[in-house]
Design a protein around this ligand. Structure first.
Ligand code: PEP
Length: 252
């Protein structure tokens, strides 16, 4: 089963109009110049930049993603954005269940599942994040925690076409710390096993599982060459087009 490598940038809460458009234009032109690169590129700017970034990416094979979506399509939900709105302005992906949302907004796996169902029903593909905290890791609970998050967060009818998983150890996000390559491979293989129990072998073997957490140009190759790692979700390093593209170049 050939899974297309995904290089996805999560810009988080960074960038005003000028910086966002500049970064998007740089990524667009760098991707255009690598027209033989087999990767799928995605950038996920903050909501305020989605429309301008979409325009700045015109003509480049870079998909647009949002960083969250509500489970309702419209209505009285102050401060929220619906999957219909995201689809309408050109998003094809939405990140759900990022650990920062699980922590800052008390999002549970059950809620993530509900959001994912709504996103899929409204034509968005999801990047569903899972990952253990440092304490859970120290207690030897990584596989248990990640397996439970997969079972609860991923919809029962998820397919490889509408869902991508991102394994992001919470303690590795933005810290410069990373798990060893063999730890990552062990978790990814375990996640694929749980996906297989939940969704069947065919779907699980086609579903992409990204690694995220302090991926940088100098460590990307190590992670991206692992058999069960199908790409990277990149935070800090996606804010500099050279770093983002240099990560992609380790597989392009
Ligand atoms: C992320 O937040 O998705 C992430 C992986 O961040 P960083 O690359 O900065 O660790």
């Amino acid at each position: 089963m050939v899974r297309k490598i995904m290089i996805a940038g999560n810009w988080k809460m960074n960038g005003c109009l000028e910086d966002g458009v500049k970064l998007a234009k740089e990524v667009a032109s760098a991707v255009k110049s690598r027209n033989k690169c087999p990767c799928e590129f995605v950038v996920c700017p903050p909501f305020t930049l989605l429309y301008s970034v979409k325009k700045a990416l015109r003509g480049a094979k870079v998909a647009l993603g949002a960083q969250d979506a509500h489970f309702n399509v419209k209505g009285a939900h102050t401060g929220d954005i619906s999957p219909v709105m995201l689809k309408n302005i050109g998003c094809s992906y939405v990140i759900l269940g990022h650990s920062e949302r699980r922590a800052d907004h008390f999002e549970t796996s059950k809620l993530v599942n509900k959001k994912a169902v709504a996103a899929h029903e409204n034509g968005l593909k999801t990047i569903i994040c899972i990952g253990e905290t440092e304490k859970q890791r120290d207690e030897g609970k990584t596989i248990e925690v990640c397996s439970a998050q997969i079972r609860e967060s991923v919809p029962d009818n998820a397919t490889a076409a509408d869902t991508v998983i991102a394994y992001e150890p919470v303690w590795a996000i933005g810290t410069g710390k990373t798990p060893t390559a063999s730890d990552v491979e062990e978790v990814h293989a375990a996640v694929r096993k749980v996906l297989s129990q939940k969704l069947g072998n065919r779907v699980a073997s086609a579903m992409r599982i990204l690694y995220g957490g302090s991926v940088k140009p100098n460590n990307a190759k190590e992670f991206l060459s692992l058999p069960d790692v199908d790409g990277a979700l990149i935070g800090g390093a996606s804010l500099k087009s050279e770093d983002f593209m240099s990560i992609a170049d380790s597989v392009c």
